[in-house]
Design a protein around this ligand. Structure first.
Ligand SMILES: C[C@H](CNC(=O)c1ccc(S(N)(=O)=O)cc1)Cn1ccc2ccccc21
Ligand SMILES: [Zn+2]
Length: 264
């Protein structure tokens, strides 16, 4: 597989050379210009049904941490979605300090981090690997994260980070954890638009649902995101680990797409 990253020759400006879809017309992330969003009164309530008795595994894939979920009881439907989607994994994007890290921006404002809960369309496709590259195949519930008060739910995930500090590290998470606790309280106000995977191969298969309410975690918890290492144990010439930070893609052209709002 072709190596890609977030800086230098393998960075986002060159992804299109090996991953042609990265140069497509409906790429993500984007800036949400709230003065240009269109209210859509036809959306039904979002239905987010997750159970917490699901065995999951947490991995450092060298680009982010990924909590894989293998429960067929974690489903998403309603809102702008025509079909039923199943939770596959969740992960985050963050920066090297609290002033940057989210992928989407709102009126040009970038948050400290962004949570992606990735679901695949079980009505239209037989597997996640098929859905990942097809239109309407993927739905990503998205929450912005800012530095503030401690988030106790996040500690259930962060407590496993010491096992995945190095790339390809994996840890099994078998506790009574429901990822719904990572979402904001207000789940009726969101923006939604059709985009792409924000990492190569950047398939244009994603409907983003982005909550307006921002989730708070403490600065110490944000620092734990940054404790992950991007390389195996390759030391930089200065001898210290290379940390996994600034794993957010720059915003992409809207190309005439309209961002819908579930609220006025
Ligand atoms: C893409 C897939 C690996 N990438 C993702 O699953 C993924 C999910 C969500 C996002 S985000 N940040 O937009 O939420 C980004 C990437 C590998 N893979 C699996 C099947 C498959 C088929 C062809 C090519 C690659 C394939
Ligand atoms: Zn993501």
């Amino acid at each position: 597989p072709v190596a890609w990253g977030y800086e230098g020759d393998i960075g986002p400006c060159n992804w299109h050379k090996y991953f042609p879809k990265a140069g497509g017309k409906r790429q993500s992330p984007i800036d949400i210009d709230t003065s240009a969003t269109q209210y859509d009164g036809s959306f039904k309530p979002l239905r987010i049904h997750y159970d917490s008795h699901m065995c999951s595994s947490l991995t450092n894939n060298g680009h982010t941490f990924c909590m894989s979920v293998n429960s067929d009881q974690c489903n998403l439907s309603g809102g702008p979605l025509e079909d039923k989607y199943r939770l596959l994994q969740f992960h985050c994007h963050w920066g090297s300090d609290d002033t940057k890290g989210s992928e989407h921006t709102v009126d040009g404002h970038q948050y400290a981090a962004e949570l992606h809960l990735v679901h695949w369309n079980t009505d239209k496709f037989k597997s996640a690997d098929e859905a990942i590259e097809k239109n309407q195949g993927i739905a990503v519930l998205t929450a912005f994260i800012k530095a503030g008060k401690e988030h106790r739910g996040w500690n259930h995930v962060l407590s496993h980070f010491k096992d995945i500090k190095k790339v390809q590290g994996t840890s099994t998470v078998n506790e009574d954890f429901n990822p719904k606790c990572l979402l904001p309280e207000n789940q009726t106000d969101y923006w939604t638009y059709e985009g792409s995977l924000t990492t190569p191969p950047c398939h244009e298969s994603v409907r983003f649902i982005i909550f307006k309410e921002v989730v708070e975690v403490s600065s110490e918890q944000l620092a734990q995101f940054r404790s992950l290492c991007v390389c195996s144990s390759r030391k930089r010439d200065t001898g210290e680990d290379e940390h996994l930070v600034d794993n957010f893609r720059p915003i992409q052209p809207l190309n005439g797409r309209v961002v819908k709002a579930s609220f006025q």
